[in-house]
Design a protein. Structure first.
Length: 335
């Protein structure tokens, strides 16, 4: 059976080629009943619009590219989902590519998306190193950076205030009576995590308590890495009354390791995370965490992108969202 064309639909509907074209484009030049009849008939006939041809006429593809380090990361997958849902409501689709925490892969998928003629790029960089090589590619289409603080550069970006979020979390634990707070999962290969660590250190200085942090040693945050860090930590008697993890995924790994040795949360040690991924609200986890409002970040990123595409860039091209604390049951008051 041959491929159904727009001319086939026009013949079956008894209308002109132009009328069918207007129905598919959502034009107001034809009546709603005619439009509805044509669309229903095209579905019944199995007509598939030629998006390539349409994009050549419109001079746009109505498609965005999103590059993230890994779709397996809960925070990143939730962001991708929020962005895709919001974009779809506005008539755009989103192509998601993984860089797999590799600089060459990151450059490769960016070039791939540019070759697909996407109307804009959203990029969640794997660290602070790739900007010198990535930014030249971003001149071809509007590009919005996600998650890293790029105040010294002109490219638009959206980020949560990671520094303030870490200070907020540390002071929250202090308000519960904790004076020996371990910060777990510090990473030097990420601007995001450097800011979170500095927020913790500065909060400790302001509160007059000793800062104590455990470096991750890993390139990324994951439940498995959190589990491995906690297994090493729990080999000796725990001197801390609270653990503040740099990411929720690490905190879930800490929970797993604690459960294996019978360490109770929060009876024996309070636990706090950062990100507020969906898993943290599950009853068996119920993790107190810093919320960076993934949906609000997706909304802000899309708003910036649409302003860039319109040729009227938003005057506020650097968006830093305020975090908040989500209190659940993984932290307790101590004397």
């Amino acid at each position: 059976m041959g491929k159904v064309t727009i001319k086939d639909v026009a013949k079956a509907a008894g209308v002109s080629y132009a009328t069918v074209s207007r129905a598919f484009s959502g034009s107001t030049e034809i009546g709603e009943e005619t439009k509805k009849r044509i669309l229903q008939l095209s579905d019944a006939m199995g007509y598939m619009p030629n998006s390539v041809a349409r994009s050549m006429v419109k001079k746009r593809t109505d498609t965005f590219g999103l590059v993230i380090p890994s779709i397996q990361n809960p925070y990143m997958s939730e962001f991708a989902s929020c962005l895709e849902q919001r974009a779809r409501k506005l008539g755009y689709s989103v192509m998601v590519c993984n860089s797999y925490y590799d600089l060459e892969n990151e450059r490769s998928v960016l070039k791939l998306l540019l070759g697909k003629q996407v109307d804009g790029l959203f990029l969640m960089p794997i660290g602070s190193e790739p900007y010198d090589t990535v930014i030249p590619l971003s001149k071809y289409v509007p590009t919005v950076f996600i998650g890293e603080n790029l105040k010294d550069l002109s490219q638009p970006y959206v980020s949560v205030d990671n520094y303030d979020g870490a200070k907020m979390g540390t002071k929250y634990l202090y308000s519960l009576g904790h004076r020996n707070i371990l910060y777990l999962g510090a990473r030097k290969n990420s601007v995001t995590h450097e800011k979170r660590l500095q927020g913790y250190i500065d909060a400790c200085a302001e509160l007059g308590i000793q800062a104590d942090y455990l470096n991750s040693g890993f390139q990324r945050s994951s439940q498995q890495n959190g589990y491995m860090l906690a297994k090493h930590l729990f080999e000796k008697p725990l001197k801390h009354t609270a653990i503040f993890c740099s990411a929720d995924s690490l905190a879930i790994g800490v929970m797993q390791a604690a459960d294996e040795i019978g360490l109770r949360i929060p009876a024996d040690v309070s636990l706090m995370g950062f990100d507020n991924i969906a898993f943290t609200s599950l009853p068996r986890i119920s993790l107190t965490t810093i919320d960076q409002s993934i949906d609000a970040m997706a909304e802000a990123a899309l708003s910036l992108m649409l302003a860039e595409i319109s040729g009227k860039p938003d005057t506020l091209r650097h968006r830093t969202l305020k975090p908040s604390i989500v209190e659940r049951t993984s932290c307790k008051m101590v004397d």
